[in-house]
Design a protein around this ligand. Sequence first.
Ligand code: NAP
Ligand code: 12T
Length: 345
Amino acid sequence: MERKTLYNVAVVGATGAVGQKMLETLEKRNFPVGEFRPLASARSAGQQVTFKGKSYTIQEAVPEAFEGIDFALFSAGGSISEKLASAAVERGAVVIDNTSAFRMLPEVPLVVPEVNAHMISQHRGIIANPNCSTIQMMAALKPIYDAYGIERIIVSTYQAVSGAGQAAIEELREQSRQILDGVPIEPKILPVKSQPKHYQIAFNAIPQIDVFEENGFSREEMKMVNETRKILGDESIHVTATCVRIPVFYGHSESVYVETRKPFDLAEVRSLLESAEGVKLVDDLQEQQYPMASDAADQYDTYVGRLRRDLFHPRGLNMWIVSDNILKGAALNAVQIAELMVKSK
Ligand code: NAP
Ligand code: 12T
């Protein structure tokens, strides 16, 4: 990409939960957008979306739609990325991909700007945005990793329905109303739309996010394992994850237990987190302060609290990590990557 002052941007999946937030984030952060091209499936081609106060017609995402594009932000599912990312790269675009399609390919940088921005320069056309649950955990653990090393992570997630898309948001809204009204419910989307069985999400907790793998872990759980090791560049870290969907609209929460390599000082951990980029420490038990999804929703930062040393393992640290899964977990992280690329030119 040549040096410019304005960049032509395509958003693939512009009508979706993540895509809509990408439009909002590009606008709010005043990304230097030249031509703007919202793309989606043939179903919504012809519909209008608003960007920077102007109305744009959605076009169908086909190879030719990437002609003249500098940045293509993909968020329409892995199969669409697999089908179209190379078409965008061939036309000279840099693809910032939000799906799991390319994350684990060795030649594709997997980037959380606060953690491993230096990987961006190694791209060959595609840069992958990590999974939402991984991104917020990395933002919070990076200062701890740098100071003490990490041997092991045990994480349980409490994930918002927005991670599963617009249809899942609507399902929780409608189902909550139906249950309160005593109307029979008909789950159709969660836990995984394409699977045969669907379960109640309102007033419930579902221990399945994405499909299951042979080893008994869900694919979402394996993303946390594999992506963590790739982002920190440390295959010696042991990670075990349990991913759970809860009836929250926006904001993933995570109970994270880490065992550091070197001994840590809790007061020092606090000050490391206080000065970490993109992180806010909210941890004051006296004042009953800790992070919650309702406070993190619509915010850029990752919030950390409930810091406490394990009672039995001297290098065991417990914490609670919360962030907006659609912002830092997806749209914001992708826009930050694009901003870094612009800055490095
Ligand atoms: P969503 O609300 O269901 O939106 C899906 C978007 O994809 C819509 O804009 C849809 O357009 C578009 N789309 C569907 N089929 C298409 C096709 N054949 N060609 C072009 N566009 C197509 O889902 P979402 O929550 O925004 O998530 C979208 C994807 O982003 C997910 O599948 C996932 O891979 C990724 N994601 C990543 C993270 C993360 O952790 N970083 C978090 C959430 C999602 P129409 O209006 O035309 O249907
Ligand atoms: N199935 O980007 O359902 O790999 O919350 C993110 C979120 C996949 C992804 C979810 C998912 C991804 C979800």
